[in-house]
Design a protein around this ligand. Structure first.
Ligand SMILES: Nc1ncnc2c1ncn2[C@@H]1O[C@H](COP(=O)(O)OP(=O)(O)OP(=O)(O)O)[C@@H](O)[C@H]1O
Length: 300
């Protein structure tokens, strides 16, 4: 990735502002008493939290805390043993992933699965599939209505690519781009679904510092300019503390703290969970405070 990315473009921004002015932001995503058991192991134990409309909400916790399990239940990959997940009035609990996506919850994956053969443009267009009425088959048959519809989707796909700084790369095979750009393509594919809530699974893991800074700015812009709610699972505490409006902390499947980044950073139980100590360690060093070290992205 180069350092020449511009600020994400204004067209989707204008749309989101209109939606906000009309009071039609995304509905809250409400997780209530979520429990997941795997053959005797309780991976999640009565976890509850709400992703408020248009906010960035982070789920953090030490290894094995239950973050991925939570993410996988929200996106329909795992089934909840007990509890519920709701998007506004829609009950998402135990729905198949495609139905959850169709209701406006899009996700990215920790491990990239981009084709070496499909171009960035075609990869992004996959995200528009659920929104097409005539289907890409109709477009392939060159039916006029389908051609017009496909042109509209391509135009919107290009807007989203510009928003992410990907417009120069649309013709390249997605799978051969530098890692940081591939992660943005993955994010772009999710944004192309026009989600109300975006689930980001370790969106900046494995990136260079420059890629991390750009990705953090893009995520912040998704909230600010597109008005989409973001649920983030991320190990880079510097980024979590700078980006998140609210944080839920899990440990051994239980919620041990919740609040603003400052609240959880100063919570002795969180320090205990992260440091494995009796609480007299320095939580700031775990959370990208003044002593953040190499993971500090400096993202605003
Ligand atoms: N499919 C599964 N079958 C059995 N146990 C599982 C399964 N998925 C997760 N677990 C267990 O559930 C617990 C929580 O795991 P999970 O992957 O959700 O934690 P995590 O917070 O995402 O950890 P990490 O930060 O290391 O990715 C762990 O003990 C894990 O071994």
């Amino acid at each position: 990735m180069t350092g020449t990315h511009s600020t994400p473009d204004a067209a989707p921004e204008a749309r989101a502002k209109t939606a906000r002015a009309a009071g039609s932001g995304p509905p809250p995503l409400t997780v209530s008493g979520l429990t997941v058991r795997f053959a005797g192991l309780t991976a999640l134990d009565k976890v509850s939290f709400t992703v408020e409309p248009g906010s960035i909400h982070a789920v953090i916790g030490p290894n094995g805390a239950g973050k991925s399990t939570c993410f996988n239940v929200l996106s329909g990959v795992y089934r909840a043993t007990e509890g519920s997940v709701r998007l506004g009035t829609h009950e998402l609990t135990r729905m198949a992933p495609e139905r959850i996506a169709a209701l406006g919850v899009a996700r990215t994956f920790q491990n990239l699965a981009l084709s070496e053969h499909s171009s960035v443009a075609d990869t992004l267009m996959v995200g528009r599939h659920r929104l097409t009425r005539t289907g890409f088959l109709g477009a392939g048959l060159r039916l006029p209505a389908a051609r017009r519809e496909e042109a509209r989707h391509r135009e919107r796909m290009r807007e989203i690519a510009a928003f992410l700084g990907l417009e120069k790369h649309l013709g390249f095979p997605a799978g051969v781009l530098p890692y940081g750009l591939q992660k943005l393509v993955e994010l772009g594919r999710a944004l192309c679904m026009e989600p109300e809530v975006l689930l980001l699974d370790e969106p900046i893991a494995g990136m260079t510092p420059e890629e991390r800074r750009h990705a953090a700015a893009v995520i912040s812009s998704v909230r600010e300019n597109l008005g989409i709610s973001v649920l983030l699972v991320e190990h880079d505490m510097g980024v979590v503390m700078r980006l998140a409006d609210s944080v839920t902390v899990l440990d051994f499947g239980r919620k041990i703290a919740e609040g603003t980044p400052e609240d959880v950073q100063n919570d002795p139980e969180v320090a205990r969970a992260y440091l494995g100590s009796d609480g007299d360690g320095d939580p700031a060093s775990s959370f990208g405070g003044p002593s953040a070290g190499p993971n500090d992205t400096g993202a605003a």
